[in-house]
Design a protein around this ligand. Structure first.
Ligand code: GAL
Length: 466
């Protein structure tokens, strides 16, 4: 048996990508500076009761002003790639650009240009996410994702960004977790823009899937030598019992959580196991759409945190299934988000997605954990987070050794930041941020990565505390 418990950077091979992942709204701050207009997240976070802690990301990590020193820290940690997203409303404050009568904000473009140049000067490869959930409010006012025009709005945004940066940036990610923003934003209302209606859900899903493929085509057209992908949230789904009812529930949840957006992009259409999706082809799609959903991505980004255990339920319409939470299952190893720590699930998602013939390469574009941190004598000894990354990485290595085409790991996340509807409380960073003083402290988990990445022969399990 191969022993995966000790590993070093070299174990993953010379081409393996090591990065951290971030998102504009979660770190930048400066929400009203240099011509940026509000996004749906600005509107949402300022509404009473939407964010658990009542906080907003008006300042966040002040990354807009601190990106130079922050990138030096990133360099110090030893990661060679940095994933960040572009704020659409910083670049196109009207949502639409010049070809549809809107303004192009040169100051917004200039910020990202400086950020990219700074990465390159430090030898850090930029990976751009075009859309990480912060739709310009101006477009939400025109109907947002339920409005089919979003496909043109998004494609113009992608066009502007790739024309501006495509000569310097080759790694492009079209969407961050389409399932999360479509379902949480337009169906359950827990995320911006906070709309709740089943009527919107099918159009949102379909327009998102169309925009995903269209965005890919724009990048391919405008960026020579582009390496283009898109990302999906994913979890292996286990039935709570072996009953036929729970097993059937697991199949449906899998179709929703894991297959909904990858399959249309591979030309396989929407999963048939969810009968309500048939409404897309019957009522929402236009002739020719089903072909337009497919795009030949160079890679797929998997974002994995936890597994899900489900049972059949008569109370959840359409899905007829509900999650059996880790607490109900007496699972002790959970994060501050209530998510089960279950490293083997990392192997299983890689294995599951590798079964699609059309997927050429997989990167783990997010994985990480929120635990309660304390600063003691200027240090944060976050052993639980360190263990999380080590154990999940071990499973990535196992998958790689078993021949699956997984070739990168982006830790979520570089800096503690604004965790959407949860506010600043759950901390996922490898670097601690004091949100009053903006002081940064590299946590033990960050030091662990630093050791792993700097020393070719470092054995990762020998260093659980620093
Ligand atoms: C992902 C999301 C990130 C981050 C992370 C931790 O779904 O893309 O922005 O919030 O979860 O919850």
């Amino acid at each position: 048996m191969t022993d995966y418990s000790t590993f070093g950077r070299h174990s993953f091979g010379p081409d393996f990508i090591w990065g951290t992942a971030t998102a504009a709204y979660q770190i930048e701050g400066a929400v009203d500076r240099d011509g940026r207009s509000p996004s749906v997240w600005d509107t949402f976070s300022h509404q009473k009761g939407k964010i658990k802690t009542g906080e907003t990301a008006d300042s966040a990590c002040e990354f807009y002003d601190r990106y130079e020193s922050d990138l030096l820290l990133h360099k110090e940690l030893g990661f060679d790639s940095f994933r960040f997203s572009l704020s659409w409303s910083r670049i196109l404050p009207d949502g639409v650009g010049p070809s549809q009568g809107g303004r192009l904000n040169e100051a917004g473009l200039a910020f990202y240009d400086r950020l990219i140049d700074h990465c390159l000067a430090l030898g850090i490869t930029p990976w751009i996410t075009l859309y990480h959930w912060d739709l310009p409010q101006a477009l939400e006012t025109k109907g947002g994702w339920p409005n089919r025009s979003i496909v043109n709005w998004f494609s113009e945004f992608a066009d502007v960004c790739t024309k501006a940066f495509g000569h310097k940036v080759k790694h492009w990610i079209i969407l961050n977790e389409p399932l999360a923003f479509s379902v949480l934003g337009y169906f359950t209302g827990q995320h911006a823009p906070g709309r709740r209606s089943f009527r919107n859900l099918l159009p949102v899903i379909h327009h998102t899937a169309l925009a995903q493929a269209e965005g890919g085509r724009v990048v391919r057209r405008n960026v020579s030598g582009a390496h283009v992908g898109t990302t999906f949230s994913c979890s292996p789904i286990d039935p709570f019992t072996s009953s036929t009812r729970d097993q059937a529930a697991a199949v449906r949840v899998d179709a929703l959580l894991n297959r909904l957006f990858i399959e249309p992009s591979l030309g396989l259409g929407y999963p048939k196991e969810l009968s309500f999706l048939a409404g897309i082809t019957k009522k929402v799609a236009k002739p020719g759409d089903m072909e337009q959903l497919a795009f030949n991505f160079d890679f797929i980004g998997l974002q994995h945190y936890f597994r899900a255990v489900v049972e059949g339920s008569y109370f959840i319409p359409y899905l007829w299934a509900s999650q059996v939470s880790p607490l109900q299952r007496n699972v002790q190893t959970i994060t501050e988000m209530g998510w089960e720590v279950y490293p083997e699930s990392m192997y299983r998602v890689i294995q599951q997605f590798s079964q699609y013939e059309g997927i050429k390469k997989i990167y783990i574009t997010e994985s990480g954990a929120a635990f309660f941190d304390t600063v003691q004598q200027g240090a944060v000894n976050d052993v639980a987070r360190l263990d999380y990354h080590r154990n999940y990485l071990q499973q990535v290595l196992r998958a790689k050794r078993d021949g699956f085409a997984v070739d990168g790991y982006f830790a979520w996340t570089f800096l503690d930041n604004f965790e959407w509807a949860e506010g600043y409380r759950p901390r996922f960073g490898l670097v601690h941020v004091d949100f009053r003083t903006q002081q940064r402290i590299i946590k033990a988990s960050g030091r662990w990565f630093q050791q792993l990445l700097s020393n070719e022969h470092q054995l990762a399990n020998l260093t659980s505390t620093v």
